[in-house]
Design a protein around this ligand. Structure first.
Ligand code: TRP
Ligand code: ZN
Length: 471
């Protein structure tokens, strides 16, 4: 608990507010009105309750980072532009580790306090509901690697020749202060300055690359809303390829030199994969695409970082199809909370299956049948329903991926191919650049397929425990 949260101070307001009777009494000595309240320390996510913060909505992050791979030291300035959603005396940002050197709000020095991942900022002037305010945090130190509840590593990962920032689910707080929850999406400008000879790759489009005094600054711009967990920075030596797809979409691929040969054939398929995914999922949702391929040991998994997924080593075709499918399902339509993770992974897994069906392999139904044949006592698949992992340690497990994909195939069985395509494209269009949850998804499916009964599918496949009684 931060002690000054409990004290009442007298700060002049810019304009009087209608005070609540009780607070008015408490504050009569100040002669002022209501001062607002502190924003919440979390968004009450069912799996990561401290992730994100209450009381404001971020519109833009401007991050100016300087990184030295030799020492692992990062120096950063984050300018967070947000709108207050309530009267605020204080608010939190999420930041894990690092040293905070200075905080200003609206250009005025602010007080701050730290407790775990919560950086509590108390602006000089209280903030009014609806007000847009700019918080600048200067910080430094060696960013941490975070171990997730499932044992996987995220946050800031040091690599052989630099570093890699991965943020799912709560790793972005290891390298910048923010509202680290998928519900609060924002645009970004990220500048990364590294020793000359190295490169820095991030999301969006590269706006400039300037070398001065043995350092190079890479300026990246992400115009479309992005969840914090999808932000990335990769520092190292990369073989960069810049092309455009036939429809003009810029492609920026950065491949570790040791992975170029092994990546060549699969990356040559990227244009065809994007084209196929546009046919199936609708227009590509962002203003550029590409990949970042680091070395196999640099991360324990691939991640659908926005515009430009990250792969530890040359990906196989399925994994490339999967991470690119996430650009529609996950990155553009983002889960409301971490409980809705199956809306990401079920779709991306289904995309792999559908790719196989469309490219001379097994049909989705054949894959479904094979997975369904898994014995009922195999808890790795049937241990919990996709919509309800038992704890944060299970959000990336098989039921979320495979049983999630099976929910989609059950819908397809029920409505037929044409209607199914309308549904998955319509879903991506309806929530493009937004957020959505499981209840919104089931309601959407029901609305798009009048007269069809999905009761048993939701009950047996989405919400129910155990192996569903029939395939
Ligand atoms: N979401 C990633 C994907 O499916 C994979 C991933 C990210 C993951 N973090 C993880 C898998 C932690 C297991 C554990 O593309
Ligand atoms: Zn995935």
């Amino acid at each position: 608990m931060v002690s000054w949260r409990l004290t009442i101070t007298c700060v002049p307001r810019r304009a009087p507010l209608v005070p609540s009777a009780l607070l008015c009494l408490a504050l009569t000595a100040c002669g002022g009105g209501v001062h607002g309240t502190p924003g919440g320390a979390g968004l009450r996510d069912p799996y990561f309750p401290k992730a994100g913060n209450g009381g404001y909505d971020v519109g833009h992050y401007a991050l100016d980072l300087r990184y030295d791979p030799g020492t692992g030291d990062l120096t950063g300035t984050a300018v967070v532009t947000a709108r207050a959603t309530q009267d605020l005396t204080a608010f939190d940002l999420d930041l894990q580790g690092l040293h905070v050197d200075k905080v200003t709000v609206g250009g005025k020095q602010a007080r701050w306090n730290r407790a775990g991942q919560e950086l509590t900022v108390r602006p000089h002037d209280d903030l009014r509901r609806g007000e847009t305010f700019r918080t600048t945090v200067r910080y430094s130190g060696r960013p941490q690697t975070i171990t997730d509840p499932d044992g996987s590593k995220e946050g800031w990962l040091r690599t052989a020749d630099g570093a890699l920032a991965l943020g799912e689910p709560v790793g972005s707080m290891a390298w910048f202060p923010g509202n680290d929850h998928p519900f609060d999406k924002a645009s970004y400008d990220v500048t990364v300055t590294v020793p000359k000879g190295l490169q820095a790759v991030s999301n969006g489009e590269l706006k400039s690359e300037t070398t001065k005094n043995d350092r190079t600054a890479f300026v990246w711009h992400t115009a479309e809303p992005m969840a914090t967990y999808l932000a990335t920075v990769a520092v190292g030596h990369y073989t960069v390829t810049r092309t455009t797809l036939p429809d003009g979409l810029p492609v920026y691929t950065a491949v570790d030199p040791t992975q170029v040969k092994a990546s060549r054939a699969v990356l040559a398929k990227l244009p065809a994969i994007i084209e196929w995914e546009q046919d199936n999922f609708g227009p590509y949702p962002f203003s550029s695409t590409g990949v970042i391929v680091d070395r196999p040991g640099d991360a324990g998994y691939a991640l659908e970082t926005q515009n430009r997924p990250v792969f530890p080593g040359a990906p196989d075709t399925d994994t490339l199809v999967h991470e690119l499918a996430h650009q529609w399902y996950g990155d553009s339509v983002t889960p409301r909370t971490w409980q809705d993770m199956w809306l990401n992974e079920g779709f991306a897994t289904f995309a792999e299956w559908l790719w196989e069906e469309d490219h001379g392999g097994r049909t989705v139904q054949q894959i479904f049948d094979k997975v369904y044949a898994t014995p009922a006592d195999d808890a790795t698949l049937w241990g919990f329903p996709p919509s309800k992992p038992p704890s944060a340690a299970y959000i990336s497990e098989r039921p979320v991926y495979e049983r999630g994909a099976m929910v989609l195939q059950k819908i397809r069985q029920t409505v037929g191919d044409d209607r199914f395509h309308d549904i998955i494209q319509g879903w991506a269009a309806a929530h493009r650049h937004g957020s959505a949850d499981t209840a919104e998804f089931t309601a959407y499916v029901e609305k798009k397929a009048p007269g069809k009964d999905f009761t048993a599918i939701w009950k047996d496949w989405l919400y129910g425990d155990g192996k569903p009684p029939s395939p």
